[in-house]
Design a protein around this ligand. Structure first.
Ligand SMILES: C[S@@+](CC[C@H](N)C(=O)[O-])C[C@H]1O[C@@H](n2cnc3c(N)ncnc32)[C@H](O)[C@@H]1O
Length: 268
């Protein structure tokens, strides 16, 4: 029995959410010293409430803020390979408590309009009260978004499909395409091959057959609701709605597996 087989038992009995809450408190204790040191060193950095950081990432202030900045820089560099990032409208779909989007006003040209959306009302409320020069919007678990057709030149969603059901995959990709301008860029990440090593025996069997693996029995969209995407599935799924411009497989050789990156555009 591997670790995932063991936790699958708790999922079956619908107690995984509560176990995850215990994990949150454990992280609070184990990372307390490191997090206090960060606060002392960066007293002017506004930090979201601990649970919001944990729920969308890990409870590690330096990783949330400093690695968040590095990720924003890396993302802007990558997006810049596909679209000139001047006078563009850009949306962070599933922005959480702003780990990436909070840095964009410092990195992007002033001519860009920056938006963030999430279904977590607490994250959006925190972002609205603490992050300037980004327009934040609350959406529901299911579409629509609060935007007109063809609103954005660029949309990115970092680790959002990774927490959605199969039905939501289809609904959301169509919604993202609706609000994306013609020739716009959509960049999303998925749990690809690199994540095989954290799957249970049953899940791995399904993944190896090229089928989407869903870990449910918790609230959809939450961090413990998981979707794992064999590239065979993702290729067919995306090709139904968008054109795939690029695929960057996640690195499997790091301590933590990396997500796959898909760069997509409108088909019309
Ligand atoms: C793993 S976190 C990633 C957050 C952020 N993208 C980042 O990289 O820090 C997943 C995020 O997706 C959001 N989310 C889940 N389902 C969503 C949905 N249907 N619409 C919008 N956001 C959603 C969650 O609230 C959470 O903020």
């Amino acid at each position: 029995m591997n670790k995932a087989d063991f936790f699958a038992i708790f999922r079956r009995f619908r107690v995984l959410f509560y176990l995850d809450y215990i994990r949150f408190y454990l992280q609070k204790i184990t990372r307390n010293k490191k997090n206090r040191a960060f606060k002392k060193k960066y007293p002017d950095v506004n930090l979201p409430p601990d649970y919001l950081i944990y729920e969308s990432f890990h409870l590690d202030y330096a990783k949330y803020y400093l690695d968040g900045y590095d990720t924003a820089k890396w993302l802007v560099g990558l997006l810049g390979d596909y679209k000139k990032l001047e006078s563009v409208t850009i949306l962070d779909w599933g922005c959480g408590p702003g780990r990436i989007v909070r840095h964009l006003p410092k990195i992007l040209d002033e001519s860009c309009e920056i938006y963030g959306t999430d279904y977590n009302k607490y994250s959006i409320e925190w972002c609205r009260n603490h992050i300037d020069n980004v327009s934040f919007h609350l959406n529901s678990l299911n579409p629509p978004l609060a935007f007109q057709d063809n609103s954005f030149d660029v949309i990115y969603g970092i680790s959002i499909f990774t927490h959605l059901s199969e039905k939501s995959h289809h609904e959301w990709i169509q919604e993202l395409v609706r609000v994306l301008k013609k020739d716009g860029i959509l960049l999303v990440t998925t749990h690809g091959e690199a994540f095989k090593r954290i799957l249970s025996t049953k899940e791995l069997e399904k993944f190896n057959k090229g089928e989407l693996v869903i870990r449910d029995k918790v609230k959809e969209g939450h961090k413990v609701f998981g979707a794992f995407h064999p590239p065979q599935f993702t290729n067919v799924f995306f090709s139904e709605y968008v054109k795939i411009i690029d695929f960057i497989p996640g690195n499997n050789e790091l301590v933590k597996p990396e997500q796959d990156i898909w760069v997509l555009t409108n088909v019309n």
